[in-house]
Design a protein around this ligand. Structure first.
Ligand SMILES: [Zn+2]
Length: 293
């Protein structure tokens, strides 16, 4: 795999710090798409310790929980060599005695990738609020490995708890990817990034970012690439927004996310369009409900 290395911007791309920590000068390297999702772009010396701690927290919540079985199934790399040798993963089952953990061999593990389809990011939505959309949010579901019969025969399982997806964490991950990619590709003298503070908000439950992240209607073509990123300028109310499209696991035909990462030039005197008005009536996408199957 070819790794592209992007020279340091000379500061932390989230908070602007010039040094990593009190004890170390050199900033940490950042993978624009996480290493464990096979991200190839490495932004050299781009994050300080304190920002790394926050981004590491939500990345690992997603990558080591919700997306773990998918990563193992697709044989994606890991910093933890134990993962590549993982023989079994835990499945959680509700019993009268409480929730029980059952270890299931990876070749039998029910692996289903769920990702939500999202409407336009509210801040650039033409309709002012989400209201009715032509593609109401529903999860994209891809069965990577699923054999009920084997689970029943071999492990005595007839039911188990499906892994749910926290949309706030997913939106934060795609926002982080879009933000890093934008700074790597555009001179910050040309544009103003707008997501940096929200990405490193220590409150992972924060919904503020959800105004800036949305999606596109399902794309007709399924590409060969593992992931895709592209950007476009999207003018709204006289402001040129930079919208970065991020499609993770693109080769599986997944949804594409749109992240409003910045605006060309400076923030206008009156500020950005009124987010709270636009997010009025925003359905609660905190958790993606997963249909029974
Ligand atoms: Zn920082």
């Amino acid at each position: 795999m070819i790794q592209a290395r992007i020279p340091s911007a000379g500061y932390c791309i989230y908070c602007g710090a010039k040094v990593y920590s009190d004890d170390r000068k050199k900033l940490g390297d950042e993978h624009i798409i996480p290493f464990s999702l096979e991200g190839e772009l490495v932004f050299l010396e781009a994050s300080c310790l304190s920002c790394e701690r926050v981004t590491g927290r939500f990345e690992s919540k997603l990558l080591r929980n919700t997306l773990l079985a998918t990563r193992v199934n697709l044989n994606l790399r890991s910093r933890n060599s134990a993962l590549s040798q993982t023989k079994a993963l835990p499945l959680f089952v509700d019993t009268v005695a409480g929730v029980q953990k059952v270890l299931v061999n990876t070749e039998d593990y029910p692996t289903v990738l769920h990702l939500p389809y999202l409407p336009d990011p509210p801040i650039v939505s033409e309709i002012g609020n989400l209201g009715p959309t032509e593609y109401p949010p529903r999860p994209f579901t891809k069965f990577l490995n699923y054999n009920k019969e084997i689970l029943n025969k071999k492990y005595g399982l007839s039911n188990w708890n499906h892994v749910s997806l926290d949309n706030r964490l997913l939106c934060r991950l795609v926002a982080k990817i879009a933000h890093g990619w934008c700074i790597a590709n555009k001179k910050v003298t040309e544009y103003t990034p707008i997501l940096d503070n929200m990405i490193i908000d220590p409150n992972l439950e924060s919904r503020e970012l959800l105004s800036f992240v949305g999606g596109t209607p399902p794309e007709p073509k399924t590409p060969k690439e593992l992931h895709q990123i592209r950007a476009k300028i999207f003018p709204v109310e006289g402001i040129d927004f930079i919208v970065v499209n991020v499609r993770l696991f693109a080769f599986l035909g997944t949804p594409t996310y749109s992240v409003v990462s910045g605006i060309m030039g400076d923030i206008p005197k009156n500020g950005l369009p009124n987010c709270s008005a636009r997010t009025k009536g925003l359905p609660n996408f905190s958790r993606i409900s997963i249909p029974a199957y």
